[in-house]
Write a protein that binds this ligand. Sequence first.
Ligand SMILES: Nc1ncnc2c1ncn2[C@@H]1O[C@H](COP(=O)(O)OP(=O)(O)OP(=O)(O)O)[C@@H](O)[C@H]1O
Length: 591
Amino acid sequence: MARNKFDIDENLESPFNIKHFKRALVYIRKQQKPMIIAFLLSAISAGVALSAPLIIQHVVDVTIPSKDKSALLFWSGMTLLTIIVSVILATIRSRIMTRVGQDIIFDIRTDLFKHLQKLPFQYYDDRPQGKILIRVVNYVNSVSDVLSNGIINFILEILNLIFIAIFMFAVDVKLSFVILGGLPIFAGVILLIKNKQRRAWQAVSNKSSNMNAYMQESISGIRVTQIFTREKRNEGTFTRLSTNYRNVWMRAMYFNFLIPFSVDNLATIVTTAIYFVGLITLGPEEITFGVILAMSSYAARFWQPILNLSNLYNSFINAVSYLERIFETLDEPVTVSDIPNARTLPPIQGRVTFDNMTFAYDPGHNILENLSFDIKAGESVALVGPTGAGKTTVVNLISRFYNVSDGRILIDGHDVAEVKLESLRSQMGIMLQDSFIFSGTIMDNIRYGKLDATEEEVIAAAKTVCADEFIREFENGYMTEVNERGSKLSQGQRQLISFARTLLANPRILILDEATSSIDARTERLLQKGLNELLKGRTSFIIAHRLSTVKNCDRIMYVADKGIAESGSHDELIAMRGRYYRLYTAQKMEA
Ligand SMILES: Nc1ncnc2c1ncn2[C@@H]1O[C@H](COP(=O)(O)OP(=O)(O)OP(=O)(O)O)[C@@H](O)[C@H]1O
């Protein structure tokens, strides 16, 4: 699929519309109280600050001509007081808003994380991890300021504008219209660049996402890179992605600069126009020098909020391109979820039935077709066959990691599509090919699926899979810290730890996908003994390429040609002299 690549831009599946912003309001609404307080503080602070030009006008026109020193001192003190009050209020407001901003992104990030936890395997199959990560981390951070301070500032600036307009019209109507004259030109500039600017910011989010995806992929694959000495070539790829990002960023910033640049110039033109109009009409009755001074101060003050609004507009356009991605992720359908009124799967015996089941990862390309088999509770089944035949797919479907395209999969007669996922998966012990190790202690890792397991239970599980011995050899034994992916451990050690983790849950159905492929022959033999004991009474599906490890299974199914090509016990399949026989004898000769 196209998006499953670092250098392919993600198309937006749902283009931005105002509904997205309304959804953002859901998060903002939760912060209503502190936001209203912050808003009131700002309004008072702005109102106080606005009285300064009036004081100036009074001082120039009345106090200075009357040479009243004590009045002059009083008004100077008042001006200082307005500054102090504004600063105090602004400081309290900024503290409140920092908190609000963080609370908003906390909520969005939590929702994203919760949703990502529920998204099915298919979602992760289809896109690079870097593109997912950047949404949760960078994009969410980028929208925090707009959704908190941005909203308040927007309202405040509008109010500020109204206040200034009222003050300004109270002082002089004619000059006020001169100040307002620049507005239509400004609106024209915005209209002209609006769409281009939005597209430019979408390109920025795309290119940063691509760069992030490649960075993530490169870090994960660093060992292979160094083995194949691909460093130079990878640098080239990264430089290309980084250059693309820089270029689109420059273009987006060009539009961003354009707006404040227009505002700045318009403000200068308007101020000059005030002097010009004032000069023509200046007269003792018409306009006093104090009025001109106050009006030019208002002109600067009037255009300042417009400049601020234009900066807010820039941030808004920028944030919209991130919000689109965030909500797109939140809207990603959880295609594998409980159906309405799903039943809880009762404690199972372990019978597994595939009833004419067909499955495709991508519609139209069936991996398995009309598959039917019935496994009795307690039976051990081996799935063998060529690479890519569909063995892992079969076991992934039992736990409903994907939805079947047609037919049914039943456990003890219950359709897996109709029972609660948690009740289904919690009764399975699944060990995937990727023995993922989480950061934490070995004890934490074994206990991962059963948090209430006692230390004794953890140790017993480790003993069963012959992991106890090597774990105790570490200085801190079970409390040894391992890092993410378990890079301090050997591949075989990782497998044994994840094996113990699977067993700890004491599942009725056990699925082992290449569980012992990296374990040495001696440990495997020991493990096999423990395992045979453990498998008794449980249904188990074991995928293995080394046939010697599965020949004792009750049933061996040879997966090929979109189905089960051969099925029977080892002896039966050998007697058939078919594909299993050929594979087995070939492996025996190699050994
Ligand atoms: N997430 C996926 N999206 C699309 N196709 C997939 C996906 N996973 C597997 N396939 C395809 O489905 C087929 C069966 O894959 P599967 O992993 O089940 O094979 P397997 O028999 O377990 O192989 P192996 O022995 O190599 O583990 C393969 O052709 C593979 O390319």
